[in-house]
Write a protein that binds this ligand. Structure first.
Ligand code: MLT
Length: 246
């Protein structure tokens, strides 16, 4: 099976893969996984703060997200998964709007299957991606959301973890993984750090979280396999993510 990584969002090629896995490790992918784990009835995605406010007004949903890493005026929550996890979302719809994460999901939505991956759901995401890509001819592309369309290490490290998991899964059933240079580079980047917490601390996203005074999210986002939830994208409108049925 062919496994590729788009190290920057401009390299995303939804038509060239059977399954896309979108990663915005710090923090949109982690937040989406957490919101579904907390029992949100629906997570609707908005591309702009104005669209998010309009969608929340029309649906009665709670509003979460960030603009320039801060909570926009009128939002109920920001994009901090370690804070969201303390709130009660059971049966409540939420509109999420973030700068890079929801934007890339909007751009790749033509892909056949679009999953959301992070360290938090790495194992579950690799198993799901493999299951959906099996029997197809185009394989899996992992798409790093980046920051302002540029490379960030936290996304590439999380991609490396998911690639490594896919290699294990394929190997266990005697199948070869055909890694592109970008996929192999993501694995090597992951291996270059002593552990995932250090990788997150030393990344662009880690520096941003320290700057905005939310360093607790660094350790939270570094947690590996804490969730078996795999968010899957539905085009809509409105565009939304749901938990992939197992
Ligand atoms: C984004 O989508 O740009 C990020 O998730 C920003 C953040 O960490 O809040």
């Amino acid at each position: 099976m062919r496994i590729d990584v788009a190290l920057v969002p401009g390299e995303a090629a939804p038509a060239a893969a059977d399954v896309l896995v979108v990663i915005d490790q710090i923090r949109a992918s982690t937040t989406l996984t957490v919101l579904l784990d907390l029992g949100c009835s629906d997570v609707l995605l908005a591309g702009t703060v104005i669209a998010a406010r309009r969608l929340a007004a029309a649906t009665g949903a709670l509003l979460a997200g960030e603009h320039k890493a801060r909570k926009p005026v009128g939002f109920d929550f920001d994009n901090s998964p370690s804070q969201l996890i303390r709130a009660d979302f059971r049966g409540r719809p939420v509109v999420l709007c973030t700068t890079n994460g929801t934007a890339i999901l909007g751009r790749v939505r033509t892909g056949a299957h679009v999953l959301v991956g992070a360290l938090r759901n790495a194992r579950a995401c690799a198993i799901a991606a493999d299951g959906l890509a099996r029997g197809g001819e185009r394989g899996i592309q992992i798409v790093c959301a980046g920051r302002n369309r540029r490379f960030v290490a936290e996304d590439a490290v999380a991609a490396g973890v998911i690639v490594a998991r896919l290699v294990e899964i394929l190997g266990a059933r005697g199948e070869a993984a055909e890694l592109t240079d970008a996929a192999a580079a993501a694995v090597r980047l992951r291996d270059s750090f002593p552990d995932l917490l250090t990788a997150m601390q030393q990344s662009d996203g880690g520096a941003t979280l320290r700057r905005i005074g939310q360093p607790e999210d660094i350790a939270f986002c570094a947690e590996e396999d804490a969730s078996a939830t795999v968010p899957v994208l539905h085009i809509g409108p409105p565009m939304r993510v749901e938990r992939l049925a197992r």
